[in-house]
Design a protein around this ligand. Sequence first.
Ligand code: NAG
Ligand code: NAG
Length: 292
Amino acid sequence: MWPCPLLCCLSPLLFLCLLFLPSGHLCPSVCSCMDYHTIDCRDQGLPRVPSPFPLDVRKLLIADNNIQEIPGDFFIFYSDLVYLDFRNNSIATLQDGTFSSSSKLVYLDLSYNNLTQLDAGIFKSAEKLIKLSLGNNNLAEVDEAAFESLKQLQVLELNDNNLQTLNVATFDALPNLRTIRLEGNPWLCDCDFASLFSWLEANAPKLQKGLDEIQCTVPVEEITIFLSELSEASFRDCKFSLSLTDLIIIIFSGVAVSIAAIVSSFVLALIVNCFQRCAPSKDDDEDEDDDD
Ligand SMILES: *[C@@H]1O[C@H](CO)[C@@H](O)[C@H](O)[C@H]1NC(C)=O
Ligand SMILES: *[C@@H]1O[C@H](CO)[C@@H](O)[C@H](O)[C@H]1NC(C)=O
């Protein structure tokens, strides 16, 4: 912390002191605060986000530390943040609602962390984001609604993760996307990949090196090829094949139909039986007549 009260006693430093007083907040000792709005805490071996910062911080550089989480209330305090560089830390999860007050955030770098999944709406409210870096994590699951409301996003980096599959609907939320990085993932070019492949073919200019930079593994043969070696025809056999969900639906509807058939024949049998027993037949009447 700045020893301001002490410095104030020394008149030559009064000016310097006044320079830091108006914000009313002190700079964390391990960081350097270039001005009220820019704070640099890079490469200090920090295990957590130091605090407090001046509340009006706009640019925070906190890369190359060992921070394991972004506190859930972080953006509630620092809602003026425009630029946040969290590259090369140990963040494994993002709490739901972390970005709920991040309406001014334009640049977010979370690359070189330990993220494994992105939930639906996790960046919701970060509506001004233009660049989102998530490369070099462990992402294996990205919800198709993970990027919802990011209407301004132009650059999305998902390279060098653990993605085998990604729903193409994930990109529907991003009308302004100009650059996307997907290379360095263990993509599986099975039938589920067909729609993503069509999207990539149509959006190849958004990839830095086009379809040449992305590789995928062909399931049965277990060979790895470049997407540029594939074509729509490669997925021709998929047109009529059934996905697991389709199969489950078919099996369940089959079971449901069978149960319905059994129940209805049982009911029918009961009704017939009832009619036979309860409604006296002509034969019975005649028998009774004979007895009289
Ligand atoms: C990550 O930060 C450490 C220092 O904390 C540094 O030694 C390392 O080179 C950085 N790695 C990357 C990929 O930037
Ligand atoms: C990342 O997560 C994996 C397992 O989830 C763990 O083994 C590894 O130590 C973590 N790395 C960092 C830098 O936290």
